[in-house]
Design a binder for this molecule. Sequence first.
Ligand code: ADP
Length: 502
Amino acid sequence: MATLSIDPRVSVRTADFVTTDHRMLIDGRFVAAASGKRFPVYNPANGEVITQVPEAEAEDVNRAVMAARRAFDEGPWPRMTPSERGRILWKLADLIEQHTDEFAELESLDNGKPFSVARVGDVPLTVDMFRYMGGWTTKITGKTLPMGMGGEYHSYTLREPVGVVAQIIPWNFPLLMAAWKLAPALACGCTIVLKLAEQTPLSGLRLAQLIVEAGIPEGVVNILTGYGEGAGAPLAAHDQVDKVAFTGSTEVGKLILQAAAGNLKKVTLELGGKSPAIVFPDANIDLAVSGTASAIFFNHGQCCCAGSRLYVHEKVFDRVVEGVSSIASEIKLAPGLDPACQMGPLVSDEQYRRVVGYIESGIAEGARVAAGGPVSGVERGYFVRPTVLTNTNPRMKVVQEEIFGPVVCAVPFGDKDVDAIIRRANDTIYGLAASVWTQNLTMAHKVARGIRAGTVWINCHNVFDAALPFGGYKQSGWGREKGEEVLNNYLETKAVCLSLQS
Ligand code: ADP
């Protein structure tokens, strides 16, 4: 039995799993890296190493891709009846649900997020994603097509799986991001090589065990642990991969695109954001205060759709900023497994330095700190205080760039002209999400139409559901995750045209 020294609050079962000799899933077997190399996994609440995992490199990537290739070309998965595939996805969902507490512990330990949040958020959303996509397996259909040019033909489309899919995911929602990628690709009959984020491999490795237990045939899902350059890059470039689906930074998204060019594999990208939350004076202000605070502070701001630009009408600016700042000041920072935790540490030392660097750059450029600031006051771990900046201007780095931390820039607007605030909201390279806070329906829908982003929330923010498509305009990405739309990422359309002349 493992010692609980990794964190005394962790259950014995989770501690045993964390300290086990971790293996990657390739071709239905749990294996070490070909090189034997491993790399450390850290607890962000104290910076200590909690375990080691295999370090996949090009040789492992190749083994995994060739296993997925065989499973696609010769194996049962793409040929199985849709209802059988759906049944297996439901079984996997049930298994994950049965291990809810264990997954929540792993997410909390590895990523730093509060256990309580992972338990009611990340894990149930993951379960629902597999169930929702299990339902789609039987509803993927083509169309019959009347031919405009006349003649006697029977024409129709077939929707077929795109083939071997490479999936590369980030660390902010480790299990849920795996589900967003795996569930639709599996529903469509694809086979997969999934590379987990190097910062947070634990829940994905546990999921690999349940994937085998659920009866997904060997080679259909292969799960690798490794770094971006060592494992992600050869995976994105591999010529036996038909499609790559990536979630992460816009910068790496552009590298994925270049790597994919060799064999012109299909690409979908879910990238960065700098999402505006716009509060009009007629909004329910209490709701807007708590909603816009959670828009930025949920998951410690480590959400690509975090409401990091808070535009508030000048009539209610002071009230909203004071409200959000007071929530920020009261948030209890603690390790994610501490029952008192309301906000855990950021995921890594690198992320900690990056976010603190942004706060310092904002201050240096003249921003005022209404709450938080660069010093957390917590001795160990990668904690950053939820921070509210005012007195910014549109060209500051903190206003333009994605911080990916609990830092919001509050900006007043006084425009009567709604188009002016829409223009300001659209004034970044990103277009992932936005929220509008108002009781005026006309205004809400007008802004929803004007915003160039893949999601607009009205009187809410960060609401996720398997049924809602999610993705970006502009440099926030290509394609959509979730909903019916995600199926397009993993399907090819074949036109079949039969002459009825004999
Ligand atoms: P973040 O900045 O949020 O860590 P990244 O975009 O760097 O996000 O990483 C997201 C995922 O992309 C991770 O799984 C990472 O290992 C992977 N990755 C990083 N660099 C590359 C690369 N050059 N090629 C492929 N994958 C990469």
